[in-house]
Design a protein around this ligand. Structure first.
Ligand code: ATR
Length: 275
């Protein structure tokens, strides 16, 4: 029987996940479909029970339900516990299990770059996204990770939790030249005219500057980094890899991520540069 998967969110119309997963199902000859479902917060519990009743094989969760889905699930993987947020649910025939593939998705995207794991990494931000990425970097054996954040207390807390160190924004700006990988995880840059989360004045030429945002493809932060002759990495890779990890959990198959990054980049109006 045809299997079905879904993504639930509010709003959901612009999600690229159905396009991506349907293409992967087709490529691998899997008889399944992936549908976007608009679920408002007050309907979340009903929606989950309905999906169960209708035999959903797995699903993704996007804003604003990533935390509120947790009480309905049977079990959480460590990745979801760390972030206190779930973006992927698997079903093993008995239990609905919550995972969070965002952090590992980012690290896979980063690892596709020509970098080594002993480079000095700076993570800007200490929210949910930064937490997932900082822990995923540690799991992937990045040895030198520093966190900086507008609210310093949160940077210290995250650094203590994941075994890294923290700097104030001022300290990080002054020491920016020491870092060869800089990761922007805050929501700054979604709006066009926002100030940068950190000044790139002292960034080293040739360092890798990444942003987790993928729409726009080039945030003001990445534009500024390009002007400083840094290599830039936008959030398309993270988006594709978080989906690929979910797809692997559901089907046991590793989909073609590089081709998907190209397709999504072009869909968002960008030019794909083969690495
Ligand atoms: P998410 O789950 O998307 O990471 P979050 O948990 O609300 O969202 O975290 C948002 C992050 O963006 C935080 O690091 C936040 O900094 P504070 O801890 O100081 O709030 C950061 N952030 C949001 N707006 C910002 C701004 N205008 N300048 C700098 N940092 C900002």
């Amino acid at each position: 029987m045809k299997k079905w998967y879904a993504v639930i969110g509010d709003p959901i119309a612009h999600s690229l996940s159905p396009f991506m997963h349907d293409l992967w199902f087709e490529e691998h000859g899997i008889d399944a479909t992936y549908i976007p479902i608009h679920v408002q917060p007050f309907e979340l519990e009903n929606a989950f029970h309905s999906m169960k009743a209708l035999g959903v094989s797995g699903f993704n969760i996007t804003l604003p339900h990533k935390q509120s889905i947790i009480p309905f699930l049977d079990k959480l993987d460590e990745t979801a516990v760390i972030m206190n947020a779930v973006n992927t649910v698997t079903y093993n025939g008995r239990q609905y299990i919550g995972w969070n593939t965002d952090g590992d998705g980012f690290v896979r995207s980063l690892s596709a770059q020509p970098i080594t794991r002993n480079e000095k990494v700076l993570v800007i931000g200490a929210g949910g996204a930064a937490r997932g990425i900082a822990f995923a970097l540690k799991r992937a054996d990045f040895t030198d990770v520093t966190i900086t954040n507008r609210t310093h207390r949160r940077a210290v807390e995250l650094a203590n939790d994941c075994g890294s160190s923290a700097l104030t924004l001022k300290e990080a700006e002054a020491a920016l030249g020491d870092f060869s990988i800089i990761i922007q995880t805050t929501s700054v840059g979604l709006a066009k005219d926002e100030a940068l989360p950190i000044s790139l004045e002292r960034v080293s030429t040739g360092s890798l500057v990444a942003d987790i945002i993928y729409n726009p493809l080039e945030t003001p932060f990445l534009k500024a980094a390009k002007e400083k002759n840094c290599t830039i990495l936008n959030g398309v890779g993270m988006f594709v890899y978080q989906g690929a990890i979910a797809f692997e959990k559901w089907t046991g198959i590793q989909p073609d991520t590089e081709k998907m990054i190209q397709i999504i980049t072009e869909k968002l109006g960008g030019n794909y540069v083969n690495r």
